[in-house]
Structures are given as structure tokens and as C-alpha cells.
Design a protein around this ligand. Structure first.
Ligand SMILES: NC(=O)c1ccc[n+]([C@@H]2O[C@H](COP(=O)([O-])OP(=O)(O)OC[C@H]3O[C@@H](n4cnc5c(N)ncnc54)[C@H](OP(=O)(O)O)[C@@H]3O)[C@@H](O)[C@H]2O)c1
Length: 259
């Protein structure tokens, strides 16, 4: 067997269909690009149409099959509509990545109902509803990959974890509940756990050079994360190679969590 053939057997996503929420920015955009270049037909879901179109243009220019759906994942109705639109271009997905997320960071004492509700809706409820929509079909077809993007804050309080940390803790538990339900039928459900990654999500922190270098010093690798650091781990968790990995939290954090 050639090297190429061997690698393809392990990691190729040829013939697979993927939906990536938040696939138009940051970590989600890199993951969408990685899965599409590994062979999956890609549907990216977010709100901003310009960023969605730019993402899809970049992928199609690279010879990938890609489409976008504009939808607001902060309401149940929005999630359900986006899910139905997401199956239109290529069909029911084999791979679901939940990367859409928000981090509003008010101090705990000032955290009101609205911030709590919208954080839970986007970060936890949308992944739950999308899982309910796509998980049973994956199980019926005997192959599926669900990947959630969580956070250090699922494991430790850190820079005003507030509602965000709670939502990410719930998301890690959701992965385990989904794994219990669907892994007997070929569907693995895992989370990728970033450290501090320089993306638009944390512009406020990343514009402060002192905070940025203090966070880099907390890693073992000696630098903060880049969205690109997630490409390989995402392909692994989406591919046949990870068939026996489920309910797992894979830290892609330069050692932040063990330092
Ligand atoms: N960056 C970090 O250091 C870090 C650390 C730990 C965990 N994470 C997690 O990693 C994931 C990706 O974060 P990122 O840093 O890549 O953030 P990002 O660059 O801000 O991307 C967030 C994505 O979510 C989409 N989104 C936000 N609200 C939405 C809504 N209501 N409906 C639909 N889409 C929505 C955004 O698109 P629109 O605005 O166009 O909708 C965008 O595509 C998040 O779940 C985040 O919590 C990030």
C-alpha cells in the first residue's frame, strides 16, 4: 500500500458530508477548511453572510465542495430553520461540528437573565438541538462524528467564567450523553478544548500585550493558540481513525491545562 493510500484509509473524509457551525470565523473556519480539504462536502453555518460567502469562496477555489447557510443559533426556531437549510446542498450530514459560540464576560455579580439565556442558547442549546436533529440519522446509517468546541472554562474558573463556563461544562456533559446514546451505532461524540486562541472572540483580551504574554507563559509550549492548531485534531476526530475515541475531551492547548 502507498503512503497516500494508508493515510487515506485512516483520515480521508471523501464522500462524507459535514456541517460546521461558526464555520465562518476563527477556530470553526479553520476546522471547516480542514475537513473540506480532507474530502468532506462542507456546509458552514453562522449569521454574517459576507464572512460565510468569503469562507465558501476560499474553499471552492481550492477545489472543495462547500455551501453556506445564514442562520441565528440563539433561538430554537433559528436553529431548526438553519438545520433544515443545511441539508439542502448535499444531504444529511455524517459530521457535525459545533464551533459557534459567544463569550460576553460580565462579572458574576452583574450577570443578568439576558446574558445567561443567550449564552446557554448559542453555546449549549444549539448543539443539543442540532444533535437531536442529526444524531439519530447518523446512528441509523451507522457512521457519525459529533465534535463540540468547549473551553478550559468547562474545567476551571478563569477570566470571569460566568455563564460561559457553565455552558461549556454542560457541553462536555452533552458530548458524554450523546456518546452513550449513539456510539453503539458508530457515532462518536467528543470535544476539542482550546486554551487561549487569538481569534475575534477574545479581541478584548488579545489587544492587551501583558495579558497575552502572561497567558502564553501558562502553556508548556510557550505560546498562545492559533486557529490553525485545530486542523489536525478536527480531521482526526471526524475521520475513521477515531472510531474508538468517544466521550473524550481532547485538549488542544499547548499544555495550558496541565501546567
Ligand atoms: N478563541 C479562544 O480562545 C477560545 C477558547 C476556548 C473556547 N473557544 C470556543 O471556540 C469556538 C469558536 O470560537 P472562536 O474563537 O473561533 O470565535 P469567533 O472567531 O468569534 O467565531 C465564532 C463563530 O460563531 C458564530 N456565531 C456567533 N453567534 C452566533 C449565532 N447567534 N448564530 C450563528 N452563529 C453564531 C460567528 O458568526 P456570526 O457572528 O456571523 O454569527 C462565528 O462564525 C467557540 O465555541 C468558543 O467558545 C474559543
Amino acid at each position: 500500500m502507498t503512503t497516500q493510500g494508508y493515510l487515506s484509509e485512516l483520515f480521508s473524509l471523501d464522500g462524507r458530508i459535514a456541517v460546521v457551525t461558526g464555520g465562518s470565523s476563527g477556530i470553526g473556519r479553520v476546522i471547516a477548511g480542514a475537513l473540506a480539504r480532507a474530502g468532506a462536502a462542507m456546509v458552514v453555518v453562522a449569521r454574517n453572510e459576507e464572512q460565510l460567502a468569503a469562507t465558501v469562496d476560499e474553499l471552492t477555489a481550492d477545489g472543495c465542495r462547500a455551501a453556506w447557510v445564514s442562520g441565528d443559533l440563539s433561538t430554537r426556531k433559528g436553529v431548526r430553520e438553519a438545520a433544515e437549510k443545511a441539508v439542502e446542498p448535499f444531504g444529511e450530514p455524517d459530521i457535525l461540528v459545533n464551533s459557534a459560540g459567544i463569550n460576553l464576560r460580565p462579572p458574576m455579580g452583574e450577570l443578568g437573565d439576558d446574558t445567561w439565556d443567550v449564552t446557554m442558547a448559542v453555546n449549549l442549546e444549539a448543539p443539543f438541538l442540532l444533535g437531536q436533529r442529526f444524531g439519530p440519522g447518523m446512528a441509523e446509517r451507522g457512521y457519525g462524528r459529533i465534535i463540540h468546541i468547549t473551553s478550559q472554562q468547562a474545567h476551571r474558573a478563569f477570566v470571569q467564567s460566568g455563564a460561559y463556563g457553565v455552558s461549556k461544562g454542560g457541553l462536555e456533559s452533552l458530548a458524554r450523553s450523546q456518546a452513550e446514546a449513539w456510539s453503539p451505532h458508530g457515532v462518536t461524540c467528543n470535544t476539542l478544548v482550546p486554551g487561549f486562541v487569538m481569534t475575534p472572540l477574545n479581541q478584548r483580551v488579545s489587544s492587551d500585550p501583558e495579558k497575552v504574554s502572561a497567558l502564553a507563559a501558562r502553556t508548556l509550549v510557550g505560546r498562545n493558540g492559533l486557529a490553525e492548531d485545530f486542523a489536525g485534531a478536527a480531521v482526526f476526530l471526524a475521520s475513521p481513525a477515531s472510531a474508538y475515541v468517544t466521550g473524550h475531551s481532547l485538549f488542544v492547548d499547548g499544555g495550558f491545562s496541565v501546567h
